[in-house]
Design a protein around this ligand. Structure first.
Ligand SMILES: Cc1cc2nc3c(=O)[nH]c(=O)nc-3n(C[C@H](O)[C@H](O)[C@H](O)COP(=O)(O)OP(=O)(O)OC[C@H]3O[C@@H](n4cnc5c(N)ncnc54)[C@H](O)[C@@H]3O)c2cc1C
Length: 373
């Protein structure tokens, strides 16, 4: 269990990130944007963060981390999201693949991959969803069959964010078809430049290319690239999803819009309805931040807080959606350019309640866990 950080340590980290992002922004090295953690990709910025110990903060020092707490990491991720900074290159690796390899991976895999995530060199994408397996993730059909020296992969992933820029893909594949569908799944780390891996772009409704399809044709993956237990992938991926769902990005994707709306409300001081709408959003944000800190504290206690993270994502996505509704209320979205923070948030918003698990599926998960407790 990591020790609790002092308040000074979080405050110092916040200042460090604010200073760095202001320097980069003022030098024209990035433009703040909504949904930055998924869509704003700049490897140089990720490496800059890495050089300052602001990636892999919770990882052990022997693997390139800083041995800090998840609460300290949350202070940093909040500031990066508030600044709309270009963090997509390291976000997935840092948030969930490093922690998952540290929990379940062999020592060899930890030594090979984790320091590269910490240095901002290994860029991960997530190979979970397939054309017939989204909410019902256990239905994945991509197969991994034993082969000389490792495993032979065949199959097809979809909606793979930033796969065209990634160096590695986390892959969930079926290694045994004989049991129930939640059995016989295994997690792998695959090089994106391995023979037989191909990436096809999917352009989204805003005209942006961040989605892809990834196909695997007889791709040989060395045996040591299995994460954890062969056939134990389901339990591991459920834990991993708590890292995926339990962060501030499930609340702050549209934060740059909220800031602009607050400025608008200040200009329209006599618009009581707008004042009350934004007052209630700010109060909800305060509650959601408390939930984020609870999840971080549970992670610091060594837990994978599956239910808390699902609750945070469900409530956080509802909040992000309501920020967009407030934007509609001001009429500012009518003439929003697609590349403004308003346009970006508006066009990204249909995905808020889908990515990382559809809202209805999260509700089922929360209800099932509740019934068991
Ligand atoms: C912006 C974005 C980025 C993404 N990035 C990635 C990525 O990098 N890697 C990756 O692997 N995937 C990614 N995804 C895919 C995402 O995980 C899936 O979209 C999600 O799991 C839902 O799966 P689906 O799209 O197949 O929808 P479906 O599973 O078909 O669900 C569609 C709708 O059906 C309903 N539904 C389905 N099942 C149930 C149920 N059991 N109970 C009640 N209602 C239900 C819900 O209303 C749901 O919204 C991304 C998605 C988005 C939008």
């Amino acid at each position: 269990m990591n020790p609790s950080p002092g308040p000074d340590s979080c405050a110092a980290l916040r200042v460090q990130v604010r200073t760095l992002t202001a320097e980069w922004r003022d030098a024209g090295r990035y433009t703040p944007r909504s949904d930055c953690w998924l869509r704003s990709f700049d490897l140089e910025f990720s490496k800059e963060l890495a050089s300052r110990g602001l990636i892999a903060m919770t990882y052990p020092e022997e693997f390139g981390g800083s041995g800090r707490t998840n609460v300290e990491r949350l202070a940093v991720t909040e500031e990066l999201l508030r600044a709309g900074a270009p963090v997509a290159a390291h976000w997935i690796g840092d948030r969930q693949i490093g922690p998952s390899i540290l929990r379940h991976g062999s020592r060899g895999l930890q030594a090979e991959i984790v320091p590269r995530i910490a240095a901002g060199e290994a860029v991960f994408c997530l190979g979970m969803s397939e054309p017939e397996a989204g909410s019902d993730l256990a239905s994945v059909r991509t197969t991994a069959e034993p082969a000389e020296g490792g495993w032979r992969i065949n199959g097809h992933k979809i909606w793979t964010s930033q796969a065209h820029l990634a160096t590695h893909i986390y892959l969930l594949a079926r290694t045994d078809r004989s049991g129930r569908k939640h059995e016989g799944l295994t997690e792998f780390v695959v090089d994106m430049d391995a023979d037989g891996v191909s990436v096809t772009p999917i352009v989204d409704l805003s005209g942006e290319h961040h989605f892809n399809e990834v196909r695997f044709e007889n791709v040989l993956v060395p045996a040591h690239r299995v994460i954890g237990e062969v056939g134990g992938g389901w339990r591991q991926v459920v834990e991993q999803l708590s890292f995926e769902r339990g962060g501030a990005e499930r609340v702050l994707s549209s934060y740059p819009v909220l800031v602009e709306l607050l400025a608008e409300a200040a200009r329209r001081a006599d618009d009581r309805e707008l004042q009350s709408l934004l007052g209630s959003l700010v109060a909800r944000l305060a509650v959601l931040r408390r939930l984020c800190f609870e999840v971080a504290r549970a992670m610091d206690a060594g837990e994978a807080p599956v239910q808390q993270a699902a609750s945070l994502k469900y409530l956080g996505n509802a909040f992000e959606r309501d920020v967009i509704e407030a934007l509609r209320r001001t009429g500012r979205c009518l003439d929003a350019a697609p590349d403004s923070v308003f346009g970006q948030a508006l066009l990204a918003s249909p995905g808020f309640g889908l990515r990382g698990g559809a809202a209805e599926v999260l509700l089922s998960l929360i209800a099932r866990q509740e019934a068991r407790s």
